[in-house]
Unconditional design. Sequence first.
Length: 340
Amino acid sequence: MSIKGAVLYAPRDVRFEEQPDLTIVEPTDAVIRIPAACVCGSDLWPYRGIEPVTQPTPMGHEYCGIVEEVGPAVTSIRPGQFVIGSFFASDNTCLNCRAGYQSSCQHRQLVRGAQASRTRVPLADGTLVATPELPPNDLVPSLLTLSDVMGTGWFAAVAANVRPGSTVAVVGDGAVGLLGVLSAKQMGAKRIIAMSRHEARQRLAREFGATDIVTERGDEGVSRIKEMTGGVGADSVLECVGTPESMLQAIGATRPGGSVGYVGVPQGVQLEGQALFFSHVRLHGGPAPVRRFLPQLIDLVWNRQIDPGKVFDLTLPLERVAEGYRAMDERRAIKALLCP
Ligand SMILES: [Zn+2]
């Protein structure tokens, strides 16, 4: 069947156009029909030309939807199910998957082309997790966030070792940072300091559980966090941006023995060995192993204990996807929801 979806041709040139026929290619594939898609903060790197665009590229890696067709080797996923998967397809059986690092699966494949009415998901049995039944429409945005942005915020908090009673600081007020706040709250953090200068984002951070807002950045931001934590820094810091400044701010705001969970895709970050050595700070991060968290997060959304879909503050018909990119690029929108 032919489909229409978003294709990036060059920086700031996103087109909504007809794409080649979408079919099962490998026997382990599934094809899903997408009720809602979205634009990711990481889509903005190629959109801005910071990552080169060498050929027309189908965009979108966050997805959920109804299974339409499965390949002959798929055994656990069936047509008609509502499923969610990660941006990295994984077999969920190799050593890395079994260790909980499905985004380092030895057979991982990047899912692309999900800003479309349908998409193909490789390794369907390992990648997709079905909801208990078809979800009501109002849960779909929250379920969609589990595919990447919510799973990534959750991993940031796990990697930063957030515990009941922890003091947490969150660097970055994009959708991932805001959902990092929500995750830290769920994990029982006592104090959650959101670093943001943007009023609408501060409001959402508070709604998600932030107890304090710090507007200072860089060295001043680090000093503020230290002032608020007896001079030492936070137990856990979530780094959700990926720039040299945000990484140094995160490490500087962490107490000796504390942990930084970093999930912003690094752009030009270089760390100095001696400074890191004497900081006594643990660093863990990387592309979130979303698949590890899907069963638990689906459960939390299904039972309406969390509402991560609140990060969508702009809804557009899918054919106006280019407007979604523009609004996020200009920081007019936190995250754009696209409805086919
Ligand atoms: Zn694997």
